[in-house]
Design a protein around this ligand. Sequence first.
Ligand code: NCD
Length: 335
Amino acid sequence: MTSQAPAEPIALPATTLAPRRHVLDLDDFSRTEIDIVLDTALAMREVLDRDIKKVPSLRGKVILTLFLEPSTRTRVSFEQAGKMLSADVINIAGSGSSAEKGESLLNTTLTLQAMHADLIVVRHPQAGAPYFMARHLSRTGIINAGDGRHAHPTQALLDLMTMRRHLGSLDGKKVVIVGDLLHSRVARSNVFGLAAMGARVVISGPPTLIPLDLSRTSHSQGSLGGAAYEPDLDAAMDDADVVMALRLQTERQTAGMLPSVREYTRRWQVTEARMGRAKPSALVMHPGPVNEGIELSSSLAHGVASVIEEQVTNGVAIRMAILYQLLTGGELQTA
Ligand code: NCD
């Protein structure tokens, strides 16, 4: 029999998040707290690079994932993150669960708590569903993995991590977010996170796919308050440090929202020619899944400026960091 060497400790930052049971959006995260998550995630990334990708930190913890909308990256990365930290991760899909028999979200939530789950990671088509669940839970924590078009905090955190790794401090950096802002929970959470980190956000896209308050005036105090709107993508790209394209969310759009895909592509696709107006070192980002050749040209998606695959890797590290911080209070538990 071979004896296994104990897992190397993780070099975690000495600071912890304020006591927190849920992560619902980034609007209640301070810059310090975001930095703590990003620093924890950097330490977690090191575990990902190991030959044996497992540490015992969350042994004995139970994490349930409840995804009532499709997902590849988010669901798999939460599962992978939990398993690498030695938690027991149980995945519940919409089809095959009692949600299909018409069980209410409240009863599903209470049932999962009664099973002594420590955390529920939830993706739900209705905005606000994770908040509703959190309000009814006395012991179990909730992580919002995307609720309707409202929020997707862990995606924004992995985006911030990716930007910070390449650009250092985000203070004063110009981040252009282009596309279907109206339906994008990713953009909404990013606007909060980027504002907390001191970045300048410019959004671009067809007025029909921009929240109304923002398409009427720039610098509005609306739901994307703090961001400026520039409908002309070429002008928006000037001196950008980051260009983040968003997926056209056709499943959430109603008739008349989009001129035509051809027109959209002509005016708002992120292309090499347009990237010429950004800083030479500018990053190309996309939360995925990408409609290649629509919101982003294929050559850029796979080109040297693209950090799209790194976003996915950082996504595992961020989810490890969030699971770890919520379930241990950030206390150093390395053995
Ligand atoms: C995003 C989502 O589901 O909100 N994807 C993701 O989590 N990586 C963006 C999208 O679906 O376009």
